[in-house]
Design a protein around this ligand. Structure first.
Ligand code: CUA
Length: 229
């Protein structure tokens, strides 16, 4: 979860988010090097006194400073494509969760388990426990097993919403009339918080998402308790 003065990305809880952070750092490093070089050249131009009346063109330098940036861009484009296709891969998921966006709450369905389903509303500030997180905690959390491939399918009942968990590198729109899919793998236990990130109306800020990442046997206990009731 993000806390005060946390300007960077959150710690990753999945291999895909780890790759996203690596790519972000890589792209940022190239960006900083270009900015410093161009900034230095522009700054030094102010102090340039040399004038050459006969210098009208330079074929070689034009070739270099056209082709070199294109090569640098390739070093961003190729890892970016690798990551794009990695994010799109569905690796034989063991659990599927369906999440449906509503104005303004999420509802979830565990279609593999006799369709366990429930709504998940934000806990209002005046009803919050002392250890609760304001605007971020929900009444019914999603429970999912760690160290398992999880498929999540997204849709919406009214307007477009977006199911977003920064620590897992998941951000997929739930669109009315469409079923979107993505997958993730949680490599540690814990609580992972997220928020809707598609401007969906007046209470857009108040439809958070909470995942409880638990060991597989705890997940089986939780789901069997809910199937029977
Ligand atoms: Cu739902 Cu924004």
């Amino acid at each position: 979860m993000s806390t005060w003065a946390n300007l960077g990305l959150q710690d990753s809880a999945s291999p895909l988010m780890e790759q996203l952070i690596f790519f972000h750092d890589h792209a940022l490093l190239i960006l900083v090097m270009i900015t410093v070089l161009v900034g230095y050249l522009m700054f030094m131009l102010f102090f340039n006194n040399y004038i050459n009346r006969f210098l009208l063109h330079g074929q070689l330098i034009e070739m270099i400073w056209t082709i070199l940036p294109a090569i640098i861009l390739l070093f961003i484009a190729l890892p970016s494509l690798r990551l794009l296709y990695l994010l799109d891969e569905i690796n034989e998921p063991s659990v599927t969760l369906k999440s449906i966006g509503h104005q303004w709450y999420w509802s979830y369905e565990y279609s593999d388990f006799n369709n366990v389903e429930f709504d998940s509303y934000m806990v209002p500030t005046n009803e919050l426990e002392n250890d609760g997180f304001r605007l971020l905690d929900v009444d019914n959390r999603i429970v999912l097993p760690m160290n398992s491939q999880i498929r999540i399918v997204m849709t919406a009942a009214d307007v477009i919403h977006s199911w977003t968990i920064p620590a897992l590198g998941v951000k997929v729109d739930g669109t009315p009339g469409r079923l979107n899919q993505t997958n993730f793998f949680m490599n540690r236990p814990g609580l992972f918080y997220g928020q809707c990130s598609e401007i969906c109306g007046a209470n857009h800020s108040f439809m958070p998402i909470v995942i409880e990442s638990v060991p597989v046997n705890n997940f089986i206990k939780w789901i069997s308790k809910n199937v029977n009731s």
